[in-house]
Write a protein of this length. Structure first.
Lengths: 376, 355
């Protein structure tokens, strides 16, 4: 496949791995080890496991799988809200596939569907809008989820619904924003991250400027990274080079997709439709200030939260669940007390076990590390 | 064939309505008309003709072919009913024929039970029944008994078909998932994932236009060629739901061996690769309906490959991996990138990733 195979070239990977090894040999003496690098985005986590990248890296490097999987950080209470909307008579509830199996306190959307709710899997919010046009007698709700990557498509769909005068379409907005979350992670006392691979697709929308504080105030290097395996390796190499040189800069490895300035029309649509919430609840990380958005008052009629009184109850994460520690890199997935026993992809307790971008699910499926058994 | 003592003179019924109604499942004349006009007309054979409540076979004829009966059943609920490269009828015959063939059996007879939702067009049913008949002839099997039910709108999705198949296994042949040994080679007869991708594409909810066609085909001939060329053949499986990854996991578990596959040698069409890239799917888990996964001793590798490649359904046959003495039950893949990863059983269905 053109533009894909080039980024999976084995020889180039070998050359990069050798460069990474020599950088590590130069950096490692006199440093705390291992060197912790966090890939913020779930897409990176997926690539790392799918291509076996961890196995190629020297053992002094440890990858910490960050919070950038929107499905994984969705708290139980929000899933319960989804189920309660989906169960209303007359509602067609639309969701991306990943979110179907995320457990709430009263089960998942997939279970709600089995119990008779009209839950449908869509690939774009526009699919949901099309359903609303097709079924004017039904309430069509789109479960909006994701970081800045998916925010513009939801916003533009709402704008389109408005211009067409569609009245039976609304959005249950769970969009979240990555920057306050990276800040929360950096402020966390139990955290040791030496550098970041920045989220490529979020940066395609917001550009690289919003990350400046990471370098300036926290003195950590970040490289905005693409998602093919060579992208990931090259970004690791770039972060290590900064560490070797004693620099902390925001660099962009993914320039072919993510422009430094972001995407103007997408940012305009975001600014027009959403406003920051005072705080938003994250699974495993708790409440983070200004980390979520909701629809502005001007679009209140498209806001499912205002259209249907949702329970909006905060449900604590299961006691045994250590998703938060995994998300912050304090423990590895298999060190969680329920990994592979009470919590498996078949019966996930925590959301990290649900999505293929979740670190626990990725370890379980691709890493093959079942509790107590480690396989290279 | 010595199956029917006499054939009652009958006037075949005809359906005049454009769609199936509950009356067609009522047991009366309308049902007889539907069965005659659509199914008997298409399946036409001596065992079916008397329309008894059961098909009858001559035991001596069966025992002349082998010493064990193979017996299997499968239900088909595919949506859409007609897709690029096939339809539910072709699929219902191939699926059961293949389940028999990969066990080393010569497929002989099928049953066909249909559950029809009221409102289905008679012409569509005719088309599907003819497709079944055509595929059955191609596979050398006869559809000898059947059942027809019509249910209320909404009680099923248009049309469900269940086929049950009987075949005979010749003396001395014993294939099984538990027989793979370290050193054996894993072969497939061609490009993987076409059926799964074709069906997902045909559903139309991805708004992706693909030229991918289902690989749906009866594999009895290929299986026979393989058996002849590689007498040491350990096992064959048809890699349907769950794809090649699932079959390999089953074999690794049953044989208590490890299996290592090589991503670079795994044959996947560029279009299927692209389709999977866009949707975040893994082609190793996509369904096939015309693909055999075979495990052979390494010294029979070339003979087996040559036999498959000489068959029209095996032109792109290749070796994708080997059986090793590693951790029992474990399937791993050497990635094109040089890393190694686990290929586990799929949990639930494959869900597209959102970003």
């Amino acid at each position: 496949m053109k533009y894909v195979d080039e980024f999976r070239n084995r020889d180039k990977a070998g050359a990069l791995v050798r460069e990474i090894e020599s950088l590590v040999a130069a950096i490692a003496p006199g440093r705390r080890q291992p060197i912790h690098l966090m890939e913020v985005c779930g897409g990176h986590t997926h690539s790392i496991f799918r291509y076996g990248i961890e196995g190629l890296l020297p053992e002094q490097i440890e990858l910490v799988h960050g919070p950038g999987c929107p499905v994984c950080v969705l708290p139980m209470g929000r899933v319960d809200d989804c189920v309660s909307i989906a169960e209303r008579p007359g509602v067609i509830f639309n969701t991306f596939g990943d979110a179907m199996r995320v457990p709430g306190s009263r089960g998942s959307l997939s279970q709600a569907k089995a119990n008779g709710a009209d839950v449908r899997m869509v690939y774009s919010p526009l699919d949901a809008l099309a359903l609303a046009r097709k079924h004017p007698d039904r309430e069509v709700v789109f479960f909006a989820i994701g970081f800045e990557t998916t925010m513009p498509s939801t916003a533009l769909t709402i704008l389109q619904a408005e211009s067409e005068g569609v009245t039976n379409f609304s959005v249950f907005c769970n969009h979240i924003t990555i920057v306050p979350t990276i800040k929360a992670i950096l402020d966390s006392p139990d955290l040791h991250i030496d550098g970041f691979l920045g989220p490529g697709h979020v940066s395609m929308v917001i550009g690289t400027a919003p990350y400046a504080f990471i370098a300036r105030y926290y003195r950590r290097p970040m490289v905005v990274a693409g998602f093919e395996p060579l992208d990931v390796l090259q970004s690791i190499w770039m972060v290590l080079k900064q560490i070797r040189d004693g620099r902390a800069d925001i660099e962009n490895q993914y320039g072919r997709v993510a422009p430094e300035a972001g995407n103007g029309p997408a940012l305009d649509a975001i600014a027009r439709v959403y406003e920051l919430r005072p705080f938003f609840e994250w699974r495993g990380l708790g409440s983070i200030d200004h980390s979520g958005v909701r629809l502005r008052d001007a679009y209140a009629r498209f806001d499912a939260e205002r259209r249907f009184a949702v329970p909006n109850v905060r449900i604590a994460d299961p006691m045994s669940c250590q998703c938060g520690e995994v998300l912050k890199g304090a423990i590895k997935p298999w060190q969680c007390r329920v990994f592979g026993s009470a919590c498996t992809p078949e019966t996930p307790l925590g959301a990290l076990m649900v999505s293929s971008e979740g670190a626990c699910s990725a370890y379980y499926q691709y890493g093959g590390i079942r509790k107590g058994v480690q396989v290279a | 064939m010595n199956v029917a003592p006499f054939i009652r003179p009958r006037t075949p019924g005809r359906v005049h309505a454009p769609t199936v109604t509950l009356a067609h499942g009522g047991g009366g004349r309308a049902m007889k008309d539907l069965i005659d006009d659509v199914f008997v007309e298409a399946f036409d054979n001596a065992a079916l003709a008397p329309l008894e409540d059961q098909a009858r076979f001559d035991l001596a004829m069966l025992t002349a072919r082998g010493d064990r009966l193979a017996f299997t059943t499968d239900s088909f609920v595919v949506d859409p009913l007609v897709f690029p490269g096939g339809d539910i009828g072709k699929l219902a015959v191939c699926g059961t024929v293949n389940d028999l063939a990969v066990g080393g059996a010569v497929p002989l007879y099928l049953s066909c039970a249909v559950i029809i939702e009221e409102g289905v067009a008679i012409d569509l049913l005719r088309r599907i029944a003819r497709s079944m008949a055509h595929t059955a002839r191609e596979a050398g099997v006869e559809i000898v008994t059947g059942d027809t039910k019509v249910v209320h709108k909404g009680a099923c999705d248009k049309l469900f078909i269940t086929t049950t198949g009987v075949g005979v296994i010749r003396k001395g042949l014993s294939l099984g998932a538990h027989t793979a040994r370290a050193g054996d080679v894993v072969l497939v007869n061609g490009l993987l994932g076409d059926h799964g991708a074709a069906i997902l594409g045909a559903r139309g909810d991805m708004a992706l236009e693909t030229p991918i066609e289902s690989d749906c085909a009866p594999l009895h001939g290929l299986a026979e060629a393989l058996l002849k060329a590689a007498p040491g053949l350990r096992l064959m499986r048809d890699a349907t739901r769950g794809g090649v990854a699932t079959v390999l996991n089953e074999v690794a578990a049953a044989s208590r061996v490890a299996i290592e596959i090589d991503e670079a040698s795994t044959p996947i069409r560029e279009e299927v690769k692209g389709f999977c890239e866009i949707l975040g799917l893994d082609p190793l888990y996509l369904a096939n309906e015309g693909k055999i996964v075979a495990v052979v001793p390494s010294d029979e590798r070339e003979a087996a490959l040559a036999a498959m490649r000489a068959h029209p359904l095996g032109a792109a046959a290749c070796a994708i991996g080997r059986v090793s003495g590693g951790e029992a039950g474990r399937v791993t893949m050497q990635t094109v990138f040089g890393g190694r990863r686990i290929v586990d059983m799929l949990v639930g269905e494959q869900l597209p990733r959102i970003c």
